[in-house]
Ligand binder design. Sequence first.
Ligand code: DOR
Ligand code: ZN
Ligand code: ZN
Length: 435
Amino acid sequence: EVVDATGLHILPGAIDVHVHFRDPGYPHKEDWASGTAAAAFGGVTTVFDMPNTIPPTGTADILAAKHAIASSKAHVDYGLYGLLGEDTIDAVPALVEGGVIGFKCYMGNTFGKIPSPSTGAMLEAFEVVAKTGKRVSLHAETNSIMERRETRLRAAGRTDPLAHLASRPAVVAIEAVSRAAILAEWTGARIHILHISSADELRPLREAKARGVDITGETGPHYLMLSADDYAKFGGIIRVNPPVREKHNQEPLWAALADGTIDMVATDHAPHTPEEKTRNDIWTVDCGFPGVELQMPLMLTAVSEGRLSISDYVRLSAANPAKVWGLYPRKGTIQPGADADLALVDLGKSWTVDDAKLQSRSKISPWHGRPVKGLPVHTIVRGKFVMRDRVLNADARGWGRSVHAIQEMPPAVVCNADQTMQAVTQAGVSKGQAA
Ligand code: DOR
Ligand code: ZN
Ligand code: ZN
């Protein structure tokens, strides 16, 4: 197929490693067709889908059913997360066999009421996953802190949007990141910190990196561009976990993207309906909002404002996610004729976000009315136009493939826990023999 690309820039398609496409389970919020259409319109050629669907993606059978749905409807390529919870540790080998891109562990409560594992279960889970070489992505918020604070705020009669932020001070994330990093260090597990929202989390992240822990992190446009100052304007629409924080967090997050502490941008695309986002009592408002379609325009706006360079953007949106999840071509492996995942963008195009025009089934977001500069005009997945001239290619439905098939993680490391266990066992054996 031929296209006139005059005036456009060709970028690698973005890899959004954090989306919730709700399928199976909540088709009124999103499904694989609408979610991947949104991706295609956003210049996103690969998405990693979270496991808090119904049923949660915690067994090989459930994973197989989700693969079947995704492969029949997806317009772009995808990876599926397996759920790493208290009850799914034994399922890890079968989930790896069944084709997960990695695992997701919820340390804090989330949509779909997935219980968070105890620290003991997390340690065991990390030991098991470490042997598979896969990465564990963490929703790093400490449940017990949030629950106590929320109970007190509710008892005090607080139902306003800022009460949500008050229930989740940054210590919630600092504690969880620190604990996850310690468990990763002990077990040799590779981990990824999802949705970094605060400047305070950067310290445990930097320290863990300095100690040699295989730890990576992401933040999203909402933490970079929105702040507590926006709660009055957007009310429950801005409610998301972790919460959008005080403005003073923004500069350190930008700096962390520039210095490599934070490895990538991802959106936590979390669609809900207008009814679900506009309830009067903040505690009953569903958390999250759509994002997969707007990441590229929002970040390219930052590029045009001189916030970051276009090559920084490509590193954060495509190259680093590919490297971290073993999808990056090794030296010398790119051959003529290799498949192309590309976004052709008009960097000079100024426009205004209109929620009503989003491809996502969720037509409500705190981005509504925001002026942006930069628009994906065509999106190509493995050489095929999935979106052309801002029109979805209907033939591309079902073109998306799971990228687990081409994933090559580095070999699993020998973990500390195994060595300790071996030493204990040997000591026990020799003592027994001596007696
Ligand atoms: O705001 C959020 N929305 N945070 C989460 O952890 C889950 C997500 C969702 O699934 O709606
Ligand atoms: Zn999360
Ligand atoms: Zn999420």
